[in-house]
Design a protein around this ligand. Structure first.
Ligand code: TRP
Ligand code: ZN
Length: 849
């Protein structure tokens, strides 16, 4: 059976399936090239369904036999699956099919990774395993029997009988097929246990390849912390006897929340100080939490259809961010998330791939696992919480779990719960789900007779298919400071609902300095004429840590834009204000390290474009270099002191405290690196005993043009560790000079350790190329051509990863005619490739617009 011809699916066309499933029994007879899947599915007519067409999805299945109530039948092949004549009464459907996991390079369905069997079924991979109504609103309890001689054979739910040659599993919780999972292979476990609030003992395991056992302890602690946090914060307990996590090397994304059997990209679970950076540790902790939290937000309550994806993803991202904020530093987490949101989601929302948080059509659902659905989806939950307040938020969530447990729900259900729990009308709020685009919020102010007035104007630019936008409800968190730095108005939430709206504060002795959009209370672009003196004042005095950071960021952005656009020299207001902050040891080191960060090349390009200037990637790179050099020279003594003072002397821990200290020390090192020709970096490289310091030193040496020896030594030291070698590939590309980036990347694709079958390695190389700003956008077009060459090669093997990486080109219309022509030519070359996947066809078509 071949793929269905590409067609657009619409939200408005939703109809329930004609049948419900009472139970599913599956038997797998494992063999690398010829696995047999035997299914026995008990169907009954669905009284709520308008029609009784008995259609089952199926792709790349070799049929062996098909029966209804024990009698052989001959199903009719139809696009994307089969159709059969079925009775009007409950019946049993049985099938045997053969599949070829060893030939499955798409990493969707049942496939093999390093000799191990594993599955990935979200969103629509189960149809590559057997005939089934592969849609999230069809839920059923599964019993699974795995036959084979693999030492470890796992599936969802609780373990049943097992002996030489087989293992059985039963999952009592009805679930959609996308949450099915099976793993079998030579695995070792890191065991532990957790006692739930109601006293039930749960067995926990992290399963890894032999040799990786010593990299599981951190992930296990993160899992236990997550279980406890969800009990304490949301009152949610775990609901099976066992919770298994498996690490897999070949994986398209980060991790997957399969019921009771989470499967992780090994890069998102394996951790050790020697091989993982502080950023890796933080990400691993967050992803473990994310997948665990899906047990309630995603699994117990799932999505009616894939248009509702943000129902589980936005909420679960929001929950994992709360978890990280509670365990680590809330301001640091918020600043990091906003940097990510602006870098990925604003970019998406302001280009040809812009779509609503809840899209209303798609061709390939895999193309909608986006920053908009995930990260903007999480921002919408945050805004809801701000609008209704903490107590009502948890009241609404309690009602959500009570009302919808066991359901496949919608965004309408979700909002109704909030309306019922709080009495609030959320009709206007719903626009955030239905309309794409990032609102621009313009602010002006005035002061008269002790009354201070803020005047706001909102406008959302058109996005594909949505030419006009209505005003949204925007929670604007505002505080006011008086000129000596005291807060005269603590944070208050202004609820903007109109296109233009004013808010006044009375009884003020003098004109205050406003701190607007505190904690980034809404995902909007704030536009306000403000001078550098005011920004420096806020950087020094604001009580809201996010807005303190934002003030510093605004200073840097303004300084860089004037350097790029007007040829200005680095601004002393910025240099002085930042210096005051970073040398103040009373300030959190992590915060100071964040303040030393600079806007990315991509953010600068977008800002210039928004202001009507065509961005020149090389000029952006040059300005960043000039500014970094100026900072290094101005801060040399401070940097020398900070580097020495913030060396961690205790045993390594991935704690917020140590992470902050290392971040500040490494920021200092990279400044000094510009002055000492790499001497300090070499010293750090030679003595580093953890990856955070070793990789920072390696990167600094490469940037200084002094990396050759370190690059060789790093490889020799780590060639046995694939996750560290991924870093080795990336570091050489992202730290190369723009004119060298494409050649460095090309040479690395010829390295014996490069393989396009492993998505991590592919991303470490070609993804690093795409992320290297002026290198990728070099006027020669070599970067564009190299990426397109490899996307064309990867597409037949792995359409999902290919399509995702096409987003490197989504910003093409920002650039000059010459670059636009070069990119267009590459996009058209990709699109004209014979047999191009549905995934990549959809993405390239949308990007071309
Ligand atoms: N649901 C997963 C998560 O957010 C992500 C996911 C969706 C995924 N599709 C996938 C992971 C395909 C791997 C492969 O947690
Ligand atoms: Zn998720």
């Amino acid at each position: 059976m071949k793929d269905a011809a590409p067609q657009t699916i619409y939200l408005k066309d939703y109809t329930p399936f004609g049948y419900v499933i009472e139970k599913v029994d599956l038997t797998f007879r494992l063999a690398p090239n010829a696995t047999r899947v035997l299914s026995r599915i008990r169907f009954a007519p669905n009284p709520d369904a308008p029609d009784r067409r008995f259609f089952l999805h199926g792709e790349d299945l070799r049929p062996i036999s098909t029966k209804i109530d024990g009698a052989d039948i001959t199903p009719r092949p139809v696009p994307g699956g089969i159709e059969c004549d079925a009775p009007d009464t409950p019946f049993t459907f049985e099938a045997e099919v053969e599949i070829d996991p060893a030939a499955n390079t798409a990493l969707e369905g049942l496939y093999m990774s390093n000799g191990m069997y594993c599955t990935q079924c979200e969103a629509e991979g189960f149809r590559k395993i057997t005939w089934y109504p592969d849609r999230p609103d069809v839920m059923a309890p599964f019993t699974v029997r795995i036959e084979g001689d693999e030492p470890v054979m796992l599936s969802n739910g609780n373990p049943g009988a097992r002996d030489a040659g087989f293992a059985e599993w039963h999952d009592p919780w009805p679930k959609p097929a996308y949450l099915f999972a099976l793993v079998a292979g030579d695995l070792v476990n890191h065991p532990d246990s957790f006692t739930t609030a109601s006293g039930k003992e749960v067995e926990l395991n992290i399963w890894v390849r032999p040799g990786d056992e010593d990299k599981c302890a951190f992930g296990m602690q993160a899992l236990k912390d997550s279980m406890k946090w969800d009990e304490e914060t949301y009152g949610r307990e775990y609901d099976l006897d066992v919770f298994n996590i498996v690490a897999v090397d070949d994986f398209n994304m980060g991790a997957m929340e399969n019921k009771g059997l989470n499967i992780f990209n090994s890069s998102c679970v394996l951790a050790s100080p020697e091989t993982s950076t502080d950023a890796n540790f933080e990400r691993i902790e967050a992803i473990i939490a994310h997948e665990y939290f899906h047990n309630w937000t995603g699994n117990r309550i799932t999505c009616r259809d894939w248009f509702q994806l943000c129902l589980k993803e936005g909420l679960t991202v929001f929950r994992d961010a709360q978890f990280t904020s509670d365990l680590r530093s809330a301001p640091v987490k918020r600043i990091e998330d906003v940097i990510m949101l602006r870098g990925r989601q604003f970019r998406e929302d302001n280009g040809p791939l812009a779509h609503p948080v809840r899209p209303d059509s798609f061709v390939e659902i895999n193309n909608f696992y986006t920053a908009t659905v995930y990260e903007k989806g999480a921002e919408l939950i945050g805004m809801l919480k701000t609008l209704v307040g903490e107590a009502d938020y948890y009241k609404a969530l309690d009602l959500y779990f009570q009302r919808h447990d066991g359901d496949a729900a919608t965004i309408e259900d979700w909002l109704k719960v909030f309306e019922d729990a709080t009495g609030r009308d959320l009709a206007q709020f719903k626009r955030w789900y239905d309309e794409a685009g990032t609102p621009r919020l313009t602010v002006s102010d005035s002061f008269n007779d002790g009354t201070y007035t803020l005047h706001f104007k909102q406008e959302t630019p058109p996005t594909p298919g949505q030419p006009t936008k209505d005003p949204r409800v925007i929670p604007i968190a505002v505080g006011l400071l008086n000129p000596n730095g005291d807060e005269v108005q603590p944070t208050t939430i202004l609820e903007m609902t109109d296109a233009e709206q004013s808010f006044s504060f009375e009884g003020l002795a003098s004109k205050p300095v406003p701190s607007i959009l505190r904690d980034f209370s809404a995902p909007v672009i704030l536009e306000r004429e403000s001078d550098n003196a005011e920004r420096a004042f806020l950087l020094a005095h604001d009580t809201d840590p996010f807005n303190r950071w934002q003030a510093g960021r605004d200073l840097a952005l303004d300084c860089l834009i004037r350097m790029i656009r007007d040829g200005a020299t680095p601004d002393s207001a910025y240099l002085d204000a930042l210096h005051t902050l970073i040398r103040d040891d009373a300030q959190d080191p992590a915060f100071r390290a964040l303040a030393l960060g600079l806007p990315s090349q991509d953010e600068l390009a977008q800002t210039l474009h928004d202001q009507g200037t065509t961005p020149d990637p090389q000029a952006i790179w040059d300005a960043l270099e000039t500014l970094k050099q100026a900072r290094a020279e101005a801060y040399q003594d401070t940097a020398t002191r900070l580097h020495a003072q913030y060396q961690v002397t205790e045993a390594y821990a991935a704690s917020a405290e140590q992470t902050g200290a290392r971040a500040l020390a490494n920021a200092a090192m990279s400044m000094l690196n510009r002055l000492d020709g790499g001497a300090l970096a070499q010293k750090q490289f030679d003595s580093a005993d953890n990856m955070t310091q070793q990789l920072a030193a390696l990167s600094a040496l490469i940037s200084a043009g002094k990396g050759d020896a370190a690059v060789t030594r790093f490889y020799d030291q780590w060639q046995h560790d694939r996750l560290v070698i991924d870093k080795w590939f990336s570091a050489q590309i992202v730290n190369a000079r723009p004119e060298d980036v494409a050649q460095v990347a090309k040479t690395l694709t010829e390295h014996p350790d490069f393989t396009m079958k492993n998505p991590n390695r592919f991303r470490a190389t070609l993804g690093a190329l795409a992320m290297s700003g002026a290198g990728f956008h070099h006027a020669s077009g070599a970067g564009y051509a190299l990426l397109a060459d490899w996307l064309i090669r990867l597409d037949p093997l792995n359409p999902q990863t290919t399509a995702r990486m096409c987003t490197a080109f989504e910003t093409w219309r920002r650039y000059d005619d010459a670059r636009q022509a070069l990119i267009r030519a590459q996009l058209e070359r990709i699109l004209s490739t014979p047999g191009l996947s549905r995934d990549t066809t959809e993405m390239v078509t949308r990007i071309l617009g």
